[in-house]
Each structure stands twice: as structure tokens, then as C-alpha cells.
Design a protein around this ligand. Structure first.
Ligand SMILES: [Mg+2]
Length: 415
């Protein structure tokens, strides 16, 4: 069943017994109807579970040397109401944090217009799934349905598989095969990790040479694919320009974190990109140099990112030196994106929230993209965790298609 947002709203309004109204009145009436409905459900209990991701293959290291292997573990938490409705999400805090919320109505904790209320911040994303379940509405509709339903997605798991000891014989073909495997799973865009020369290959020039060979080999194998590269700040400016010169026939979509953000060096990189006649975008802002937590501060308007860090990125974006912002999905915090996405949109810069390395995060980011818009492409994490049914989602022409299922459309299958 495919329902447009308008049809979903009409259905909700009709269910609430409201007649046809002018558009603004309809929106206000629909929100009031949602609020009244959420007020009828009280949190009765929480359960939490540990899940384990399974990547489709062993994933190698990035420039910083840590091998990613077969996927990490994570905790999820489910809230169930006295009416038997439930919602769940990845959840990082201890069980004890959640006990005080038992007995609260969903509308005490969550507002359809603004998201989680400040005092209920630990429940943030759980409440989109729960409210979605109560209102029979996908998370992206609750978020405003300002983006598309077909979300461009890339495979974020193309690491240094050529350097895994098991792949010594296969060399670069191990990376090409990893792309092909994700292609079979529906991906048409691939982010290749770069920066082998930082510590994984010596001398440094050999690492850079291998990086270039890998990009060329993937381009030859997948002529129509979108190729992104990510150096995790391992390159110098000169190495970045050399790399882009040597791969200029490969039509790179973006280069991510070539080196730490620096206005003068980024200006020179932009100049080189123009000189080479490339349309390669510069993506940056994933790494947190100084978190608020490390400074002994509680989360602020940008979550655990400092104002100074985000303001510097925004300033670089306004000067057209950074084209895409990669702030992490959860370091910002789900509901905070509703406030700050319009800021990024006003500054004319799209985002692609960082999601590596837990599989549910790509779907949360895709719902955000469909809800708020201004997301260029979503970072996909190929693989699955046992206990989650992802089958409501599909891929078509390299896009992830948002399902009409309530909440995040991911079913927990633990009993
Ligand atoms: Mg990155």
C-alpha cells in the first residue's frame, strides 16, 4: 500500500472525526488530533537487548589502521505502552536512566512538531518509532516529509580489503570484489577508503600509488557507479592534488576528509579541482576534534559537537570550500536535526550524516532525509543484525526506498 503524506494525513484527520478544513487549519487540526491520540498511551515498560551486526564479508582497515572485521554489537531498547503499542531504537544509555519515564504519556515526552521534549532526551529516537506505531505513520512523515521517498545511498564499507592478510594473493581485486558484492545487494555508489600510506603501507608513496590503482580498478569494473573516496584526514594538500590529478578520468563524486579542515588549503584544493575541470565535491565535518563532553559540558544545540567546530564548518561551507557536511547522526541527536537542518539549508549546504558502523543507523538517516530534506546521499552499512527484519526497505536504481510502515519500518524479531 502506497500512501502519500496527504493521504496519510487525510486518513488520520478522518479517524479523528474532523471535517474538511483550509490547509493551515488542517495542519493545526491534524497536529491536535495526533497530540490527543499520543496522550491516550502511557509507557508501561522498557526492555533492552544486545544485537550483533553481520557484515557480508570481513572488512579491512582505514587510514587509521583499525580493521573493521564482521560488524559490531549494539544495544536496542523497546518501549511498550499500557495499550500494547511498542517502539524501539538503538539506545546507548543504561537501563536505570529509563525507569523514571514509566507511567508518562507519550505526549508528555514527545511532540509531533518538535520531537522529544528536553527532559526525555534519552528516549529520542525510540519515540519516533512508538509515535509512528500509535499514529500508523512512518517516521519521515512525522518529521515533515520534506525530502524524497527514494533516498540515494552508497556503500560505506569499501575499506583496505587488499591489505587483509587473507587477501594477500588477491590484492586490489579484493576491493573490486567487495564493490561487486555490494552492487549485487543493490548499491550503485561506493565509498572507497584512501590513505594507505599513512601507516598501512610504506613507504608513503606506495600507499598513495595503491590508492590511485584501487580507484582506477573500481572505475574499470563498474563504469556507471558513483565513486566516493574518504582519506580520513591522511593526505597532505600536495598528495590530495596528486591523487585527484591521477584519477581525473574516474569522475569522482566526492572526496571526504582529505586533510584536517584549513581554509587556505581548502582554497588551494578548490582551485586545483577547478583547474582539472572536475566536479568532485569536498565533504567534511565527521571528525570531532573537541567534543563538549571532553570539555566537561552537557550537550548543546549541536549535540556533543562544540559550537566552534560547527560554526567553522558552516563558515567554510558559506565560502563554498566545503560542499557537504558529514556531522554524525547521533552525536547531533535525532530531534536536534529538526532545528539545525534548516540552518544548513539556509547556508546552502547539504548534509550526509555519518552513520558507520551499525546497520540500523543507515535507515534512521534515510528517514531523516525523507523527513527533513537537504540530505544529498545516505551512508549505507551493508549487512544485517540477527533479530531485525529490514525487509520493508528495498533498493531501486541505487536509491533506498522508504517504506509506508509505521515508525522506522524495522521490525524487532526477538521472541
Ligand atoms: Mg569518513
Amino acid at each position: 500500500m502506497n500512501l502519500t503524506r496527504r493521504e496519510l494525513i487525510a486518513q488520520t484527520v478522518a479517524a479523528a472525526g474532523l471535517s474538511a478544513l483550509a490547509p493551515n487549519e488542517t495542519i493545526a487540526a491534524e497536529r491536535d488530533a495526533w497530540r490527543r491520540e499520543l496522550a491516550r498511551h502511557k509507557i508501561a515498560r522498557f526492555d533492552s537487548f544486545h544485537l550483533q551486526d553481520r557484515f557480508p564479508r570481513r572488512v579491512g582497515a582505514n587510514a587509521n589502521g583499525s580493521v573493521q572485521n564482521y560488524g559490531g554489537g549494539f544495544r536496542v531498547r523497546r518501549a511498550t505502552t499500557d495499550s500494547g503499542k511498542s517502539g524501539w531504537s538503538m539506545s546507548y544509555q543504561d537501563d536505570a536512566v529509563f525507569e523514571p519515564y514509566i507511567g508518562a504519556t507519550v505526549s508528555d515526552l514527545f511532540d509531533v512538531e518538535t520531537g522529544v521534549r528536553e527532559e526525555a532526551r534519552p528516549l529520542d529516537r525510540i519515540l519516533y518509532d512508538l509515535a509512528g506505531s500509535i499514529l500508523n505513520m512512518p517516521a519521515y512523515v512525522i518529521l515533515g516529509a520534506r525530502g524524497p521517498k527514494n533516498i540515494p545511498i552508497y556503500s560505506g564499507s569499501i575499506y583496505f580489503d587488499d591489505l587483509l592478510p587473507d587477501n594477500a594473493e588477491r590484492g586490489i581485486s579484493a576491493v573490486v570484489d567487495a564493490c561487486r558484492q555490494d552492487y549485487q545487494a543493490g548499491y550503485r555508489a561506493f565509498k572507497l577508503k584512501m590513505g594507505r600510506g599513512k601507516q598501512m603501507m610504506t613507504p608513503r608513496e606506495d600507499g598513495l600509488k595503491r590508492d590511485i590503482e584501487v580507484v582506477r580498478a573500481v572505475r574499470r569494473a563498474l563504469p556507471d557507479a558513483r565513486i566516493l573516496v574518504d582519506a580520513n584526514d591522511a593526505y597532505t594538500l600536495d598528495e590530495t592534488i596528486h591523487f585527484l590529478t591521477e584519477t581525473r578520468e574516474c569522475n569522482l563524486y566526492w572526496i571526504e576528509e582529505p586533510f584536517e579542515e584549513d581554509e587556505d588549503q581548502l582554497k588551494r584544493l578548490k582551485g586545483a579541482i577547478a583547474h582539472l575541470g572536475l566536479s568532485t565535491l569536498i565533504a567534511d565535518g565527521e571528525a570531532r576534534r573537541e567534543s563538549r563532553n571532553r570539555q566537561g559540558l552537557p550537550p548543546g544545540g549541536y549535540g556533543d559537537y562544540t559550537e566552534a567546530f560547527v560554526e567553522n564548518l558552516m563558515s567554510l561551507a558559506e565560502k563554498k570550500l566545503v560542499d557537504v557536511l558529514l556531522l554524525d547522526l547521533d552525536i547531533i541527536g535525532y530531534s536536534r536535526w529538526r532545528t539545525i537542518m534548516p540552518e544548513f539549508e539556509r547556508a546552502g549546504v547539504p548534509v550526509s550524516p555519518h552513520t558507520w558502523a551499525w546497520t540500523p543507523r543507515s535507515y534512521y538517516a534515510a528517514q531523516l532525509a525523507g523527513g527533513l530534506g537537504n540530505v544529498l546521499i545516505v551512508e549505507g552499512i551493508p549487512g544485517q543484525a540477527e533479530g531485525i527484519d529490514y525487509s520493508a526497505y528495498s533498493k531501486r536504481n541505487g536509491d533506498l526506498i522508504l517504506p509506508d510502515q509505521p515508525g522506522f519500518g524495522l521490525a524487532l524479531e526477538l521472541e
